[in-house]
Design a protein around this ligand. Structure first.
Ligand code: SAM
Length: 474
């Protein structure tokens, strides 16, 4: 035992920093977090474990040796733009960015390498340990390196999000289960939103004897899960919806005169019972039709979807009401529909394209097929639209071909918004035998740069800020 003094306070800090680097951020100690850790220390450890986990966690909390260096030649409108492109390893980029963007990002989309084991992609996607290396068990061999790569980056990702911020992570079946456990640990299971399934292809490869792979997944978490509804697409074509609902209680609705449309020829309609084998309606007062409109109030008693206040609000919003036939069953057509809560299947029905069409558009934009399986910007626009902020900052630190940057500019083009993007891409060497090399690219970040430049030129004048600042990590 030693006496507690200010002198040994520093050693105490060093010990805490060594064993719990996660409680230090930006040189501040999070006492609440430390207390939580110490309290749960003796509980049985749950979650995902692999050899190297503790070391990889520490990587999130060490300082970066790198600095940003502006590359003015590669930037567009660097003096006024708020969009950022960083060429470098995202672990360093995230550490540096955190000094400016802690708790300020509205949404993150990332599409990391999936650990498919493929060696034919333009980027590295084989993380399994080599056979001649000594590894503890088959799980570590296959997944350990990938997990150690992604873990510190995901830990840091959370620090960027605003409380209402959302993260979307694309993945396939190779690491889906592991990624879910990791994200549960980092973001908290209580903040899990869903695993969205994206229909990535309409022409699945016939490679497996057991299943044709049509889906990829997008895991979604909110920093602090709130009660606000996510928005999917709006129904566009007005269709007629019946106003009766036989499972509701009987109610009276008064439809104002000169409003309800009908196909009934001019006549007086006497009060009384009107029915089919499915429903019964009571017309409480005589009413009258003239020139396709009820010129007197229609007072109906029956089982309706809406109450009188809801009917009145809808009429005020411009919803049209029809009582087309003498059976007197009312229906409505809204002029504008609210966005629906998104289904967890994402496909062309909600306006999201496939890998094939993304690849085709990118080939047209760049003049050659230089990137494997790019994501369609329509997927990223759809995801960001779930919980949007037209003035928000959006991030993608596995930028690849730059689909997220394009998505953000296109969202701004559509609604005049001021969304900003931050994208990070490693200057990963391109293999000599690849089509990208043949097209003149030597590093993947050159492909990203080409795309953001082309998109910027296409959208100049159509968005408030089509430029970007290009930084290199040195
Ligand atoms: C699956 S691709 C992303 C594709 C992208 N969503 C698109 O639509 O074009 C993953 C990308 O992450 C990049 N990457 C891998 N490790 C990285 C790292 N440590 N830092 C930054 N980028 C990295 C790879 O070079 C690759 O371009």
């Amino acid at each position: 035992m030693i006496q507690f003094t200010f002198e040994n306070m520093e050693s105490l800090m060093e010990i805490i920093r060594k064993y719990h680097p996660e409680v230090f951020l930006n040189n501040e100690i999070d006492l609440k977090k430390l207390k939580q850790i110490l309290e749960t220390k003796n509980r049985e450890k749950s979650g995902l474990h692999w050899t190297g986990k503790e070391n990889s966690k520490k990587q999130a909390y060490t300082r970066s040796e790198f600095k940003y260096l502006l590359n003015a030649e590669k930037s567009i409108d660097a003096d006024i733009s708020k969009n950022i492109f960083i060429e470098g390893d995202n672990l360093d980029a995230l550490k540096l960015l955190l000094e400016h963007y802690s708790k300020s990002i509205k949404a993150i989309y990332i599409d990391p390498p999936y650990n498919t084991g493929s060696e034919s992609f333009v980027y590295a996607d084989k993380f399994a340990a080599q056979k001649n290396k000594k590894v503890n068990n088959p799980f570590d061999t296959l997944h350990g390196n990938w997990l150690s790569m992604i873990y510190p980056r995901l830990i840091l990702s959370r620090e960027f999000l605003r409380d209402d911020g959302v993260i979307f992570v694309s993945i396939d079946e190779n690491e889906l289960a592991n990624l879910k456990l990791l994200l549960d640990e980092i973001y908290g299971e209580e903040n899990f939103i869903d695993i969205f399934s994206w229909a990535k292809t309409e022409t699945p490869a016939n490679l497996s004897r057991k299943s044709k792979k049509v889906l990829e997944y997008v895991l979604c978490y909110q920093k602090v899960k709130d009660k606000i509804k996510f928005k999917g697409i709006k129904k566009t074509s007005p269709s007629s919806n019946g106003l009766l609902n036989q499972s509701n209680a009987i109610n009276t609705l008064i439809f104002p005169k000169n409003l309800v449309k009908t196909k009934i020829p001019d006549r007086v309609i006497p009060k009384g019972t009107y029915q089919t084998d499915k429903y019964t309606l009571e017309l409480l007062e005589d009413t009258e039709v003239h020139n396709g409109v009820f010129v007197k109030e229609v007072i109906l008693r029956g089982k309706f979807k809406w109450t009188q206040p809801k009917l009145d609000t809808e009429i005020q919003k411009g919803t049209t009401i029809h009582i087309p036939t003498i059976k007197l069953s009312p229906s409505y057509e809204k002029t504008a529909y609210d966005e629906e809560v998104p289904p967890n299947l994402i496909n062309t029905k909600v306006g999201v394209e496939t890998n094939e069409s993304a690849s085709k558009s990118l080939t047209e934009l760049l003049g050659a097929k230089v990137f494997d399986f790019p994501k369609p910007p329509s997927l990223i626009k759809y995801l960001f639209g779930f919980s949007d902020d037209p003035n928000g900052v959006f991030m993608d630190f596995f930028a690849g071909s730059g689909a997220t940057a394009q998505a953000i500019l296109e969202m701004n083009e559509k609604d005049g918004g001021n969304r900003k993007y931050i994208c990070v891409q490693l200057p990963e060497e391109i293999k000599k035998n690849s089509p990208a090399y043949a097209a003149g690219y030597r590093k993947i970040s050159e492909i990203t740069h080409k795309r953001v430049t082309n998109v910027s030129q296409l959208l100049k004048g159509k968005v408030n800020d089509a430029g970007f600042i290009y930084y290199e990590l040195k």
